[in-house]
Write a protein that binds this ligand. Structure first.
Ligand code: ZN
Ligand code: ZN
Length: 267
């Protein structure tokens, strides 16, 4: 089983020449021999779509929420236009997904109406995945308009995908309990340690809060992602240095990798 990041950026794709290499918006995939699970359809899902060769492998797509950086790639996800693919959207509220799809493919926003896709996307509740031997537990995250995090469980491995979540002193303990004992925690890390008060209402996480949650949750591997799009090498390096020195000081066995587009981890 392999987890690959296709988009690690928040808000909009990062394309600044003095910044890091191109980073697309949120999309992470977990692939096994039997199925492909995709979290979010930011612009990263476009490259993922082009890389899918096996049309017989079922594709399950989960949305955290419907801010643009998590849906913008969906109309350009090439498997939607090949009826040999079996694509299912899993969500606790299938009715909501059907109304969102109608909006995304409305002619005000996109030229091809939903009714003209080669076949409609199957939309199912989360427990539809049971026959495939994996399960999904949803968590309500702290983000304007609401957002869902997911724990994906397959055999002994559990991966948490928690984008767009604002950790703070009031909720740190609760999330630390919810996220306990995961093999991999993929979590929003939009900011390092900026102090501006207005940034603390944006629904995103500061690195020191994420690190203290991870250290108290017995996580094997932390992957911060959903970075703000204008960060440069110096900013990212200072984040990495903060993590390295904290893990050393606490003598923690936890691994931490700052995710980048194309990064894969075997689970
Ligand atoms: Zn976002
Ligand atoms: Zn959002």
């Amino acid at each position: 089983m392999k987890c690959t990041f296709y988009g690690v950026c928040g808000s909009y794709p990062s394309i600044s020449p003095d910044s890091l290499p191109i980073r697309h918006t949120a999309c992470v995939a977990i692939e096994t021999t039997d199925f492909l699970v995709i979290f979010d359809a930011g612009s990263g899902i476009i490259n993922l779509g082009h890389s899918i060769r096996d049309v017989s492998k079922p594709i399950f797509l989960l949305f955290s929420h419907f801010h643009y950086d998590h849906i913008i790639g969906l109309p350009y996800f090439s498997p939607l236009y090949d009826p040999r693919h079996n694509i299912t959207i899993l969500h606790p509220n299938p009715k909501k997904i059907n109304s969102i799809l109608a909006k995304i493919f409305n002619s005000d926003f996109f030229p091809i109406p939903y009714s003209q896709l080669p076949k409609p996307i199957d939309v199912r509740p989360l427990d539809f995945c049971k026959p495939y031997n994996f399960s999904i537990i949803p968590y309500s995250l702290n983000h304007p308009g609401g957002c869902l995090g997911y724990r994906f469980i397959y055999h002994d491995t559990s991966v948490i995908y928690a984008t767009d979540n604002q950790l703070d002193t009031n909720n740190l303990n609760d999330f630390s309990t919810l996220f306990k004992c995961s093999s991999l925690l993929i979590h929003d890390c939009y900011f390092f340690d900026e102090s501006q008060e207005n940034l603390k209402t944006w629904g995103h996480t500061f690195l020191p809060d994420l690190l203290s949650l991870s250290l108290s949750s017995n996580i094997d591997h932390l992957c911060p992602f959903h970075f703000k799009p204008d960060i440069n090498h110096a900013y990212l390096n200072s984040m990495k240095h903060f993590v390295d020195s904290t893990l050393k000081e606490k003598q923690s066995p936890m691994s931490c990798t700052f995710a980048y587009d194309g990064f894969s981890i075997d689970l």
